[in-house]
Write a protein that binds this ligand. Structure first.
Ligand code: ADP
Ligand code: ASP
Ligand code: MG
Length: 446
């Protein structure tokens, strides 16, 4: 009945938050693997150091901010001396890498640098757990979490992960709770990699899969998955249960509470996933399971920001066989996924996820340059993708009319409906998306 518990950035932000997490671990004897994110704010600071040109004073001031966050936790421990040296070592290697990266701009150095957030927080949380009487040890996930070498957005190598986890981690679990890092991994050559922002949820699900766990808990700052992001509207309601498909759809289409790939391992191995608040565990949370009691037509609304709409045109498109294939071959080569597509005789429009400073943004730029070699390309920015997630949406009577009449005051640039029973998506202006989500939420859930 093995359980993997993951604690997000706000859950390990400081000593008091870590104490809440320690109680949760201690109360469930099935929890043998604990995955932690970096303390809140630390990854953002590391990403800043890695991705913006900075003077050495600026680097040192950002490193100092990280040190303040971590030292505050260290000094709240009863016996700080037990982890003091290791913490100092990590802070030293962080500082060295920050300086090297600034000179060399190598993607492997960026990932090695950014990985320090999780390495620091896991060291500190294992010490907190020990003070709670849990026999815990800090475990380097890079021994197990093997990935390819796509720095910044590395893909897990599932067979290697399973083999290493079974061989190296499983025997430890009979006598200790392993506290390990989310979000980071290592490629074949042993270089440190990262899985993309928010990737600790994915790590937890991957380890749960590799260790044949029964459950995977995602402890965060909300009491479950809501009908929409509670930061968009206070009318959002927590959901007691969700199906794997619904949760996967929500995560893919922007519900930040779960990294987009989290549900893949859970689905493959039928692992029940729980989402709850580490501050208020007594409030329960959402269980994500294979078979739900109810399959409502509407379950939730999500939003994904920073979408670009690309329109490619060629005068020769009429009767031009193979044009679409050429376009999508380039997109596939860059491992980009397209969400919405419309075609006409002379043009094809599609949307791409384009979060600033991301690997995707860089790939999108390269993709567009390649497309421009054989067709005209129009890029329009500042769109958000709003998605209604539900069940049998393509066949239930009245679904589309209810949704369309709710948003009739807004300009919908593209619509996707009918291809997938679990969603209906549309592209709206970024400045409209909050209102669109609110009116839809009112029409469908209030
Ligand atoms: P963590 O650091 O624990 O991984 P995240 O910030 O990544 O936490 O995810 C939790 C946040 O996800 C919440 O604070 C909430 O604002 C946001 N969120 C977006 N959509 C949803 C949703 N449908 N239900 C719950 N939270 C959501
Ligand atoms: N610390 C990483 C991030 O902020 C991973 C995570 O929190 O899941 O993106
Ligand atoms: Mg997260």
């Amino acid at each position: 009945m093995l359980n993997v518990a993951k604690f997000g950035g706000t859950s390990v932000a400081n000593f008091a938050a870590m104490q809440n997490c320690a109680k949760i671990v201690k109360n469930n004897l099935n929890t043998k693997v604990v995955v932690v994110s970096a303390s809140a704010g630390v990854t953002n600071l590391l990403v800043d150091i890695a991705h913006t040109p900075l003077t050495s004073e600026q680097i040192h001031s950002k490193v100092a901010e990280i040190a303040v966050i971590q030292q505050a936790i260290l000094h709240a421990l009863d016996k700080p001396q037990e982890v003091n040296d290791k913490l100092a070592e990590l802070m030293d290697s962080l500082t060295t890498l920050a300086t090297h990266e600034e000179l060399l701009h190598r993607p492997d150095l960026k990932d090695a640098l950014i990985s320090h957030g999780e390495r620091l927080s896991s060291l500190l949380f294992s010490a907190v757990l020990k003070e709670f009487g849990v026999n815990a040890s800090n475990y380097d996930v890079r021994k197990v979490l093997k990935t390819d070498s796509e720095f910044g957005q590395a893909a897990p190598q599932l067979n290697d992960i399973r083999q290493a986890a079974q061989r190296l981690m499983l025997p430890e679990l009979s006598h200790t709770v392993l506290v390990t890092q989310g979000f980071i991994g290592a490629d074949e050559a042993g270089n440190t990699t990262t899985l993309g922002r928010g990737g600790s949820d994915f790590t937890a699900a991957l380890l749960a899969e590799a260790l044949d766990a029964a459950t995977c808990e995602i402890w965060t700052d909300v009491i479950g998955v809501y009908t929409t992001d509670p930061r968009i509207t206070s009318a959002a309601q927590p959901l007691p249960e969700l199906s794997f498909e619904e949760a996967a759809e929500m995560a893919t289409f922007g519900a930040k509470v779960l990294h987009p790939a989290t549900m893949e391992p859970a689905l493959r191995q039928n692992i029940k996933v729980f989402v709850g608040s580490s501050r208020e565990p007594e409030k329960g949370g959402t269980w994500i399971v294979r078979d739900c009691q109810h399959e409502p037509a509407y379950r939730a609304i999500t939003r994904r920001k920073d979408q670009v709409m690309v329109t490619v045109k060629t005068p020769k498109m009429m009767f031009a066989q193979g044009f679409l294939q050429k376009v999508f071959t380039i997109i596939a080569k860059h491992k980009l996924s397209v969400d919405l597509v419309t075609t006409s005789e002379i043009a094809v429009s599609f949307t791409l996820d384009n979060p600033p400073n991301s690997v995707l943004q860089r790939l999108n730029r390269e993709t567009l340059d390649e497309l421009r070699e054989f067709c005209s390309v129009l890029v329009e920015e500042n769109f958000d993708l709003v998605t209604v997630v539900g069940n049998n949406m393509q066949s239930a009577a009245g679904v589309s009319s209810k949704i369309f009449s709710a948003v009739s005051d807004y300009n919908l640039r593209m619509i996707c409906y009918g291809a997938n029973p679990h969603n209906m998506s549309f592209l709206v202006r970024g400045s409209d998306s909050t209102d669109v989500v609110k009116v839809l939420h009112k029409a469908l859930f209030e």
